[in-house]
Ligand binder design. Structure first.
Ligand SMILES: [Zn+2]
Length: 114
């Protein structure tokens, strides 16, 4: 159990590097282990999680799946997050809270500029 947990945290910490460098992320539906791929090359029917033999699923892409709306509040928001994430991610604030705060701030900033 301890071994599994430490392996998970090892790979969870590594997944951030994947998230930055690769376009597609496959996530184990059972244990959450993540695999990064530069293309949709992973055969999810055949490839099993090395830790729990679970199935991989392609994590929904943040922008690519949204082809109908390319001009993009999402990119502006991503930019906003990039610029303001550090100031919102204070000790004691987790990623989810920081993102909530950022989306609030983004909405306010948007209102004030219109
Ligand atoms: Zn797994």
């Amino acid at each position: 159990m301890i071994l599994i947990l430490s392996l998970q945290s090892y790979f969870l910490s590594r997944c951030h590097a994947y998230a930055i460098r690769t376009k597609f992320i496959y996530v184990c539906t059972t244990c959450g282990h993540r695999l990064g791929r530069h293309s949709k090359s992973l055969n999810t029917a055949k490839k099993a999680c090395p830790f729990c033999q679970g199935k991989f699923e392609l994590e929904p892409a943040t922008s690519d799946s949204n082809t109908s709306d390319k001009s993009t509040p999402m990119n502006k928001f991503a930019q906003f997050v990039k610029e303001n994430y550090r100031s919102c991610r204070t000790p004691g604030t987790n990623h989810g809270d920081a993102m909530k705060l950022l989306s609030q701030k983004f909405a306010e900033a948007k209102l004030s500029t219109i």
